[in-house]
Design a binder for this molecule. Structure first.
Ligand SMILES: *[C@@H]1O[C@H](CO)[C@@H](O)[C@H](O)[C@H]1NC(C)=O
Ligand SMILES: *[C@@H]1O[C@H](CO)[C@@H](O)[C@H](O)[C@H]1NC(C)=O
Ligand SMILES: *[C@@H]1O[C@H](CO)[C@@H](O)[C@H](O)[C@H]1NC(C)=O
Ligand SMILES: *[C@@H]1O[C@H](CO)[C@@H](O)[C@H](O)[C@H]1NC(C)=O
Ligand SMILES: *[C@@H]1O[C@H](CO)[C@@H](O)[C@H](O)[C@H]1NC(C)=O
Ligand SMILES: *[C@@H]1O[C@H](CO)[C@@H](O)[C@H](O)[C@H]1NC(C)=O
Length: 360
């Protein structure tokens, strides 16, 4: 590959007339694609083409690779790029991760309105150099990966067509309330490891959202207006001290909730907060609980390690204990609390008859 890049540079230096320049670049791009195919050993057909035949050239910027096996992709990752190369109009998948990009100027993607994925994580993008119109003109953008950058706010003008949005590991503290408005198809939103204190009603109306990751932020409460179809909610490593009473009853699809490493006390958990039959897994480890909260008999995994729990209350798991009424709990973790195996009453065996793993 290096040889071809060298040839391209030589061609560039050697050419004086513009027309010749373009011709030789086209020819070299053809050679380069041929070398690429050859290198990957799949398509020897091009080599056998008679010289008179028009080569099928893929338009591609010099900094990037556009293998003919993936004609709509443009691979520009790991190249120390400081500027986004020109994007040919046919491109749908743009890979720009692991470069030194500091901004995205308005217009850089205008030539390719059908872009579907922009993968641009692990750069140095900052919010003040992120054009507010640059993504709004991409009505087909479905996947945007901007994690591990240096953003301080959610970019403006994100297209409503997004399905999968990764903005984790930035320094985002500003989330304008209309950031995600109209994103009816958004199913996964990754905002972990940022500096968000409050989301206000920014999540309202995300009717398709099923995964929300907010680990490692500065939230003091559970976000308002959580989408109704959410099934996985990750809130570890925040400063949450209490749970709203109706938080779960209005979210019938929530299956997994992780709230470890927060500031929860029993006073902040209403009696029926987790007593909903849809929940499968609940992680309340590394908080300040002194009692086991009331959970539904449907729950399968409960993590309570590293709290201050002093008693093993069977009625937290089973309101009635008989042959037909028992808990579905499989895994119960209680280690690093203030109880030991001696504190487990006999009727716990009947109630927790399905438990295969109780850690104390
Ligand atoms: C974008 O996609 C549409 C529909 O597939 C197509 O008609 C159009 O030519 C494409 N535009 C470009 C610039 O490739
Ligand atoms: C991130 O942005 C801040 C300003 O907000 C700047 O001081 C810092 O150098 C940037 N870091 C990187 C790695 O670009
Ligand atoms: C959501 O997806 C559907 C089906 O693919 C599509 O018709 C619709 O235009 C999308 N909505 C937006 C806002 O892009
Ligand atoms: C994060 O952003 C804040 C401003 O919102 C800034 O003061 C701070 O230095 C930034 N932190 C890093 C690590 O860039
Ligand atoms: C928990 O839910 C069950 C079933 O809906 C109900 O019978 C019970 O009274 C509830 N317990 C509490 C403490 O809310
Ligand atoms: C006990 O089990 C019976 C039979 O499955 C059921 O009808 C009843 O609602 C259960 N009671 C409680 C409190 O779960």
């Amino acid at each position: 590959m290096r040889v071809w890049i060298l040839l391209l540079v030589l061609a560039w230096l050697a050419d004086s007339s513009m027309t010749q320049h373009i011709n030789s670049l086209t020819w070299l791009t053809y050679l380069r694609n041929r070398a690429y195919n050859n290198g990957y050993g799949h398509h020897y057909a091009n080599l056998a083409l008679p010289n008179t035949e028009e080569p099928s050239v893929i338009d591609c910027p010099l900094e990037c690779d556009c293998p003919s096996a993936y004609p709509k992709a443009m691979y520009c990752s790991n190249r120390k790029l400081q500027h986004i190369p020109f994007v040919p109009s046919h491109v749908k998948y743009v890979y720009l991760q692991n470069n030194q990009l500091t901004g995205i100027t308005n217009g850089v993607f205008d030539n390719a309105p059908n872009i579907t994925w922009i993968i641009i994580h692990a750069n140095k993008l900052s919010s003040d150099k992120f054009g507010d119109k640059v993504l709004a003109k991409l009505p087909n953008l479905q996947r945007l990966f901007v994690q591990h950058n240096n953003l301080t706010r959610v970019p403006q003008g994100l297209p409503r067509s997004l399905r999968d949005l990764h903005m984790n590991h930035n320094n985002i503290s500003v989330v304008p309330v209309d950031s995600f408005r109209g994103m009816n198809n958004l199913t996964a939103l990754y905002l972990q490891m940022n500096a968000i204190e409050d989301l206000g009603k920014a999540l309202e109306g995300l009717v398709s959202l099923t995964v929300l990751d907010l680990r490692g932020n500065r939230l003091k409460k559970i976000p308002e207006s959580l989408p109704a179809r959410l099934s996985q909610l990750y809130l570890e490593y925040n400063h949450i001290a209490s749970i709203p009473a109706d938080f779960l009853s209005q979210r019938p699809e929530l299956r997994y909730i992780r709230l470890s490493h927060n500031q929860l006390t029993n006073g902040g958990i209403p009696a029926s907060a987790f007593n909903v039959s849809t929940l499968v897994e609940l992680d309340l480890s590394f908080n300040k609980l002194e009692r086991i909260p009331i959970i539904s008999t449907s729950l399968e995994n409960l993590y309570l390690q590293a709290n201050k729990i002093k008693e093993f209350s069977v009625n937290s798991f089973c309101r009635v204990v008989d042959t037909k009424n028992y808990s579905n709990l499989r895994v119960l973790r209680l280690e690093a609390n203030e109880i030991s195996a001696r504190d487990i009453p006999n009727e716990a065996v009947l109630c927790l008859r399905l438990a295969t793993n109780i850690d104390l």
